[in-house]
Write a protein that binds this ligand. Structure first.
Ligand code: AMP
Length: 183
């Protein structure tokens, strides 16, 4: 995809994202990504720009974070000819897991991945819908890193630039968001 077409596609996708003020609590500007998936045109444009970004990276596994990482994650995996691995909240994955704790606004949360899901020769793309403070993805990144894979890429559909969640990640981590919002 050439640069101009990519920029036009991203500008049109950005307009498709719906802002819901004061959801789920007052003061939050909630970015609703569901309109991006609603029509065949936007779903197809979204998957084209995502796949274009990672086509030549040799990705063998796409790891999606529950639950909005489960929408484009498997679509990307299929198009990149990779497998798909879920990261889930505690108590959901049935086999042996490893887990990572992280701090949320109120207290500690945990995420888990199946222990046998990744191997040392995997090139992994971790995907979620949105980068806010970065706590969720940073925990996912550490979980995957502990498993000793070859390389990790990190991807979001949307990034809230003002919250600067990317500062949590080491500088050499390849972290990309398709669409940026000031807030
Ligand atoms: P964080 O750990 O702060 O980066 O939060 C990331 C997760 O919370 C993502 O999986 C998002 O789905 C969700 N999230 C946080 N803030 C927002 C927001 N303003 N709009 C939509 N989703 C959000």
């Amino acid at each position: 995809m050439n640069k101009k077409r990519k920029e036009e596609t991203l500008a049109s996708l950005k307009k498709t994202v719906r802002n819901i003020p004061d959801f789920p609590i007052p003061g939050i500007q909630f970015k609703d990504v569901t309109p991006l998936f609603k029509t065949k045109e936007s779903l197809s444009a979204l998957s084209d720009v995502l796949v274009d970004e990672y086509r030549d990276k040799g990705i063998t596994k796409v790891v999606g974070i529950e639950s909005r990482g489960f929408i484009m994650g498997p679509i990307m995996a299929l198009k990149l000819e990779a497998g798909f691995i879920p990261i889930r909240k505690p108590g959901k994955l049935p086999a042996d897991v490893i887990e990572e704790e992280y701090e949320k606004e109120y207290g500690i949360d945990k995420i888990q991945i199946h222990r046998d899901s990744l191997s040392p020769d995997d090139v992994v793309l971790i995907h979620d819908d949105l980068l806010a403070t970065g706590g969720t993805m940073y925990a996912a990144y550490n979980l995957v890193r502990k498993m000793g894979v070859k390389k990790i890429y990190v991807n979001f559909l949307l990034e809230l630039d003002e919250l600067n969640g990317r500062k949590l990640f080491p500088e050499d981590v390849d972290l990309k968001s398709l669409i940026h919002f000031d807030i």
